[in-house]
Design a protein. Sequence first.
Length: 397
Amino acid sequence: MTDTLATQHRHINEQIVARAHALRSVLEENVATGEELRRSPDVVNDALERNGMFRLFTPTCFGGYAVGVTTAIEVVAALAEGDASASWMIGIAAVGSWIAAQSSPQLQDEIFASNPDARLAGSLTPVPAQRVKGGWRVTGSWTFASGAHHAEWALLSLSVVGGRGADEEILLCFVPAREVTLQRSWYTVGMRATGSDSWVAEDVFVPDYRTMSVRQLIMGTQTTRHDEPIFRVPLAPAAPLFGLGTLLGTGKAALDFVAARARTKPLHNTCFARQSDSAGVRIQVGEAAVKIATARLHAYDIANALDEAAADNRPISYADRAAWKARCGYAAQQIVEALNMLLNVHGASSFAESNRLQQYWRDANTLARHSTMQMVVGYEVFGESLLGVDKRITTHV
């Protein structure tokens, strides 16, 4: 029975990845529209929903897939070959579903019972909240809410104090999107179609059952009613992998783009009729490919370790978490360096607005600066762990 179930689950995972690859054409066809709108076009959002992309981490009891981290990375990487913004939006939506699956049973039923494709978008930047009977009163603004334009729920972070002398605690709260407003604030060079605008709440009441502790989520000490291994994965070491998956797909798309054109594109002001005839071009393309492959090895090694630990219900050491944080930052930087090399090969025409390569470059350079993939922070955390330093500069490990 166990082998049969494992085979079925593997088959479902392969189907989901295949569906993600099949979406490439519709994503590419709507890239320019998404850039102009600075959000996901409705046709893209509808295609993602029809193909189950919003169900990656929805519990199976609600009709979701509850896939592992490795499969989720494969999905977002496949989507990123068509559009990095759509890929990132799916990764963020998956994290939102995963967080919701750790919440109170009453809230989970509200979110998923009638809608396994429910979308949550929010921000982990905390805003002070006022304690009232039965819950919290919330007023504030939360930036960088990727995917908010099509979300049914706003996922907001609150800074609260439990009682006299108590330390500040960070809570996550879930608010129906109809109870907040969306303010345009996402004017960026890259990742434009993520629609990462700002939620604004004005004296919104949030009942206690719609809140949960951020600390428990980060450390993986939360309790859950679901048996799927993904809900035993701690948030902090897994979170960078979804952005890294998007970068991997973007890097692959850029590599394929440059390699295909180097076979016919001349190397101007030289004797080479084709770029591919130049040893210098070959070396740069080869090095870029190795950098992308290296990043992939790091990402999938960490993802597999997380999946295995969750399947075995085994805790993850701080030493491993610290190493993974550094490796994720390093992997992200490798892809950025690879993109720079590929643009050097392709030449100044890379920066024409009509050239897709410049968008790969803009998106990768924007996303790689996300706080979960800060290379220097990762190195410091890892170094502290290796040297036995008690001081910890972040809890997001």
